[in-house]
Design a protein around this ligand. Structure first.
Ligand code: C2E
Ligand code: MG
Ligand code: MG
Length: 685
């Protein structure tokens, strides 16, 4: 070992010198004696004396050499140990013998070794901990000069520690990102986001937090920063932000984003003194596409439509999807001197033309139309919410006037649209708040004048609004799946009431229940229906289901199958509002229908209107020829009754016999009748 060289040098030097010295003395003495003997200057005695002296001198020299050696060995061992420690090797303890003068020095050196060993263990431990961290750690001087980094930092930044030592932390940050290169006194950096540039030039978003190193020794002062790669989190955030602002199906701005963009456009228009035009668009009868061809086909249609409109509209127009089949377009920068109506009408025509082109979806060719409402900012409204509301009101106006058209907003359109929106919002809570009420309208046999049953008619008793007719809220409920819950509620309520009537009456007659198209479309309808009757332990033969003519003709094949199942269950089926649809009677024959209900609009005119009278008479005759029972709805006068009786109409309902009434009132009529008190005796003479 080269390190032990100087020590052995000292040892060899000391021992060698002593031996050489003794040998020199011996040689010198022998030479002197021989010289004197040869010259006859000394006799034998003297020679012997000289020899003894020489031996003594030799022994003395040897003894002193040995003593010197005993002293030098511990010194050289101490030197060895000190050199080992100096070289960072603290593992071997020093042997403290206590047998010589150097023992205190040995002890002091051993203590020093132990302290140094502990410090080294601590330092190594800290390094191991730092290097095991997933987070990037950078230690800087008070000026921000990098002093130490951990292994994670090397991995993230792509630099070795030696390469970064002496560089500034700010050199790693992308310009303009926090923390700003700090002054001499390092501050604590609260957790914030920044962007760093790696050795390969890649930029990585990181979170950074820093704190001051509190050390008394100025050479240890500075700051320690912890950086964490947040690339994944940023990506997720971007995705969430995208999903929150864009419709995932059509990739168009959603309602939130559209409103935000419109808001900005309105602000710009205000500054530039220009107009913003908003076109609110709702597809006509889009529900039918979903119901008939399935939601996938519906979705694909919306996608195609979005692509078409994006391509056809001018670049400056902004298109958004606000809800299911509701879209909106706005265009800004319309100059005050410009004919804004002409500009916008051209835009609306482009939209309608694109919608009217055939949609090829799977095997199907689909046709669509839309209703558009237009409102201008600031003329019609000066804020986003009102502008959308007014364009929406104009849209309803177009829809009511047959659809496939556009209309400009005018103040008188507003009330109806607002009311409709309000009702839709409140309807969701109607079930929870128990605001629905079931009423019953008696059905009378025109041959006997007896009440033979009734029609269950729903009311929405909305506080502050009175009773709302189902004609107003059933279409709203049909736009959502709310109609299904309402439908279930109706069936259960009718069964409950019927059950109660049975306690006072052996036969409360047959009760008819109105069904909406959406209810009939649910795949589980028959099963649910059967389950409800079973649950209430009631026979389906006590009930009748009313289905409108238009509902029946939606998807005849499927409907026949469905109605066959309901008929087999024992239910009576009737066609409601007959005469308002376009079905041919022969097409009706395929259904297991046993009752035709003549729509009240024809009944109204039977006395005064020859056409109405002819229609009603023909329906009665047709029904009879098909062995169907015929019911006339909305009978209000004695002359209407007489006309119906004279033409052998079987049954009738209407105010003349009793309006829709509570379950208790209906029960009272039926109980009285069962006791022989015929309420309508005067009408039937
Ligand atoms: P609908 O089945 O044709 O019901 C007859 C409507 O005529 C009822 O209106 C009834 O109150 C009304 N009416 C009865 N007598 C007269 C009269 O003498 N003159 C006049 N002008 N009208 C009379 P309502 O109760 O407003 O029901 C409207 C429609 O709502 C019903 O027409 C039916 O299609 C639907 N509907 C009623 N209840 C339900 C229900 O529980 N579920 C479903 N899905 N639809 C229902
Ligand atoms: Mg009805
Ligand atoms: Mg009806």
């Amino acid at each position: 070992m080269p390190s032990s060289e100087p020590t052995s040098h000292v040892r060899n030097l000391t021992g060698g010198t002593l031996l050489a010295l003794a040998a020199a003395i011996v040689c010198l003495t022998v030479a002197l004696l021989l010289h004197a003997k040869l010259n006859q200057q000394i006799d034998l005695q003297v020679l012997l004396l000289g020899g003894s002296g020489l031996a003594l001198a030799l022994v003395a020299a040897l003894m002193s050499w040995r003593k010197a050696r005993r002293l030098i060995r511990p010194i050289s061992e101490l030197i060895d140990s000190a050199e080992r420690i100096g070289n960072g090797n603290y593992t071997h303890p020093l042997e403290v013998t206590g047998r010589h003068e150097l023992a205190p020095l040995e002890e002091a050196l051993e203590q020093m070794r132990q302290k140094l060993r502990q410090t080294t263990i601590n330092t190594n431990y800290l390094s191991t901990v730092l290097n095991s961290m997933n987070d990037t750690v950078l230690v800087t001087s008070p000026d921000g000069e990098i002093r130490k980094i951990n292994a994670a930092a090397e991995r993230l930044l792509g630099y070795k520690e030696e390469e970064l030592r002496g560089k500034m932390l700010s050199d790693l940050l992308l310009p303009g990102n926090p923390p700003e290169p700090h002054d001499r006194a390092p501050r604590t950096v609260d957790l914030q986001e920044t962007v760093i540039r790696t050795a390969s030039g890649q930029t990585i978003p990181v979170s950074i937090s820093g704190s001051q190193i509190a050390a008394a020794d100025p050479s240890f002062q500075g700051a320690i920063y912890v950086l964490r790669d947040i690339t994944e989190r940023k990506r997720a955030e971007r995705r969430i932000r995208y999903l929150a602002r864009f419709d995932s199906l059509t990739k168009l701005p959603n309602r939130m984003q559209f409103q935000h963009m419109l808001q900005q456009a309105i602000a710009r228009a205000r500054r530039a003194d220009c107009l913003v035009a908003l076109l609110y668009l709702d597809l006509d009868r889009f529900k039918e596409i979903n119901d008939t061809f399935g939601h996938e086909a519906g979705d694909r249609t919306l996608e195609i439509l979005s692509e078409r409109l994006t391509r056809a509209l001018p670049k400056e127009a902004v298109l958004g999807r606000l809800a299911g089949d509701e879209f909106a377009v706005f265009i800004e920068g319309i100059e005050p001197q410009e004919d804004e109506r002409a500009t916008t009408a051209a835009l609306a025509r482009i939209v309608l033309a694109e919608i009217s082109k055939t949609f090829y979806v799977g095997q199907h060719e689909l046709y669509l139309t839309a209703s558009i409402g237009v409102a201008f900012c600031p003329r019609d409204a000066d804020n986003v919410i009102d502008l959308i509301r007014h364009a929406d009101a104009a849209m309803y106006h177009s829809k009511q006037s047959s659809g496939n058209t556009f209309a400009f907003y005018s103040p008188d359109m507003d009330a109806a649209a607002v009311e409709r929106l309000m009702l839709k919002a409140k309807l969701r809570r109607a079930l929870e708040r128990d605001e629905l009420v079931m009423l019953y309208q008696p059905k009378v046999d025109l041959r006997s004048g007896l009440v033979v049953g009734g029609e269950a008619l729903l009311r929405w008793r909305l506080p502050g609004y009175g009773d709302i007719s189902p004609s107003q809220f059933i279409p709203l409920a049909e736009e959502t799946s709310l109609i299904l819950s309402i439908g279930d509620w109706v069936m259960n309520r009718v069964c409950d009431d019927y059950k109660r009537w049975l306690k006072s009456l052996s036969n409360p007659g047959r009760i008819s229940i109105n069904l909406s198209l959406k209810q009939l479309k649910q795949s589980s309808f028959v099963t649910r229906c059967r389950a409800i009757f079973m649950q209430h332990e009631l026979s389906p033969t006590s009930f009748e289901l009313e289905i409108t003519e238009t509902t029946l003709m939606q998807n005849p094949k499927r409907t026949i199958k469905l109605l066959d199942e309901l008929f087999a269950m024992g239910l009576t089926l009737s066609i409601d509002d007959f005469g308002t649809g376009y079905s041919s009677l022969s097409s009706l024959q395929q259904f297991p229908i046993s009752t035709l209900k003549i729509d009240q609009s024809f009944v109204k005119g039977i006395v005064d209107d020859r056409d109405d009278a002819t229609i009603v008479r023909t329906i009665i005759d047709m029904g009879k020829s098909m062995e169907m029972e015929v019911v006339a709805e909305g009978v209000e006068t004695k002359s209407q009754l007489d006309y119906l009786k004279s033409h052998n109409c079987h049954y009738a309902q209407g105010r003349l016999f009793g309006d829709a009434m509570s379950a208790d009132a209906f029960l009272a009529i039926m109980v009285a009748q069962s006791q022989g008190k015929v309420a309508l005796a005067s009408l039937f003479g």
